[in-house]
Design a protein around this ligand. Structure first.
Ligand code: NAD
Length: 459
């Protein structure tokens, strides 16, 4: 078998893999980037980008439907799902083309199409090609999980299949009230489906602040999205026309579509990882903070490494590993400083520690402040409810967590992450002038209040 040698061989060309390849090439390293499907991976083709495009279509639908509240005589005639897909696929297509151009123009990168397998700690085999690397970076990503006894097919889908839905189902059951669950519930409700979310825990988006979950649940109630919390599935069956979900309580739910959104599993099976000496923990690749696997030549990045499964974490991991291999001594990625945005309506955005995590770390001295969007002019113009919650480590300490909910609040995550990552004091942020009238002002006002000088709020 002919073998080719590179500085780095990367298995998987999603966010983590291609970011690593591009950065390594900039640093003068040669790279083989192996992909069995499409450059760009889940984020570009089945995740972040297409789903957010659908959420934008949903927002347009809601605007058309709700025009009268703003003195605009509009109504929603219908949803043309084929048109939604054309728009969404157009966005994905343009980004895909741009990314292909970037990778092509990086002459140090050899893009290898095909299914790769780690055949030794220094080799990835793709068909009859043997790619030998001084370093191997595993970036094989994740897949949509299902539950035992819940077979994907027909009317039972994961987010993968739901991206090409041909008709808006009259009724939808969303199994799992995490990030994917609430985003799809939001889209399908805006498109006119009657949506019920079934969640095993006692709140939606359980990784967020409890107050954020409450606000989302309230907003979803207003949107007539039904939520069944603390509900566990006993069985699922389907006929030609409907799918029936039976809960452990004995209650049954019937719908035209069941969307399973119970988490994503690491794609590590059958790729030769364990045979090459790697340790797997429930399928995830365990690493140290420099993303080393314990097998000297092999690193892992992105969704296969335990932690938040987010594209921007993958990018950061990929860049980190390329720089570390090149000897730049970059700072390891801190998962608690990774910003999170959930794009349902209303949006959720957070960074840093929750109040509970802050109390566990900093004790009872932790203080918090919640600024209600009722006092924010732009949010009132948009007609949205929500809040900005700040978590401070102590009376003289920095802000260690920012938690936001409300329409479009995802766009506020940029300043929030600078505040938390740069360990800003409320007084420092309060001294910065926030433009009026913006939703960004809500962040400024929250810090003014925490610094003891509230403007459009009580202390
Ligand atoms: P998740 O972990 O966010 O949520 C899964 C939910 O399913 C949890 O609330 C869990 O309690 C529930 N669940 C599990 N088993 C259940 C059962 N038997 N019955 C009822 N409920 C059950 O996972 P997800 O929503 O599938 O998302 C997967 C990953 O993709 C997440 O890590 C997420 O961060 C990422 N993602 C991020 C974004 C974004 O950043 N906007 C968007 C989509 C996905």
């Amino acid at each position: 078998m002919p073998s080719e040698t590179f500085d780095i061989v990367i298995l998987g060309a999603g966010s983590g893999g291609y970011a690593c390849a591009l950065r390594a090439a900039q640093l003068g390293l040669t790279v083989a980037l192996v992909e069995k499907d499409k450059l760009g991976g889940t984020c570009l083709h089945r995740g972040c980008i297409p789903t957010k495009a659908m959420l934008h279509s949903a927002e347009v639908a809601d605007a058309a439907r709700g025009g009268a509240a703003y003195g605009v005589n509009s109504s929603l005639e219908s949803i043309d799902l084929a048109g939604v897909h054309r728009y969404k696929d157009g966005v994905v297509g343009r980004l895909y083309k741009g990314l292909q151009g970037l990778v092509k123009s990086a002459t140090a990168i050899t893009f290898v199409e095909g299914e790769g397998r780690l055949s030794s700690p220094t080799t990835v085999t793709v068909g009859d090609r043997e790619l030998v690397g001084k370093h191997i970076v595993l970036a094989s990503g994740s897949y949509a999980r299902t539950l035992p006894g819940v077979q994907i097919g027909g009317r039972v889908m994961t987010s993968d299949e739901a991206l090409t839905l041909e008709d808006v189902p009259a009724r939808t059951i969303v199994l799992g009230g995490g990030v994917i669950g609430v985003e799809f519930a939001s889209v399908l409700r805006s498109f006119g489906s009657e949506v019920t979310i079934v969640e095993a825990l006692d709140r939606l988006v359980a990784a967020e602040e409890p107050a954020v979950s409450k606000q989302l649940e309230r907003a979803f109630r207003k949107r007539k999205i039904t939520t069944k919390l603390g509900a566990r599935v006993a069985s699922v069956s389907q006929s030609d026309d409907t799918v029936t979900l039976t809960l452990e309580s004995g209650d049954t739910l019937e719908a035209e579509l069941l969307l399973v959104a119970v988490g994503r599993g690491p794609r590590t099976e059958g790729l030769g990882y364990e045979e090459a000496g790697l340790t797997l923990d429930r399928g995830f690749v365990t690493t140290d903070e420099r993303l080393r696997t314990g097998v000297g030549t092999v690193r892992a990045v992105g969704d296969i490494v335990p932690g938040p499964q987010l594209a921007h974490r993958g990018f950061a991991h990929g860049i980190f590993v390329a720089e570390d291999i090149a000897g730049l001594d970059p700072t390891p990625i801190d998962d608690t400083l990774i910003p999170k945005v959930t794009y349902c309506d209303p949006e959720i955005a957070s960074v840093g520690l929750s109040e509970e995590q802050a109390r566990a770390k900093h004790g009872d001295a932790v203080t918090t402040y919640e600024f209600n969007l009722g006092g924010n002019g732009k949010s009132q113009i948009l007609g949205t409810a929500g809040f900005v919650k700040l978590v401070r480590s102590g009376p003289d300490g920095p802000v260690v967590g920012v938690h936001m909910v409300g329409a479009r609040m995802g766009e506020q995550i940029g300043e929030a992450q600078l505040i938390v990552s740069w360990e800003a004091l409320p007084e420092e942020v309060a001294a910065l002038i926030h433009a009026h009238p913006t939703q960004n002002e809500a962040l400024g006002e929250a810090h003014l209040a925490l610094a003891g000088k509230p403007l459009h709020a009580h202390a």
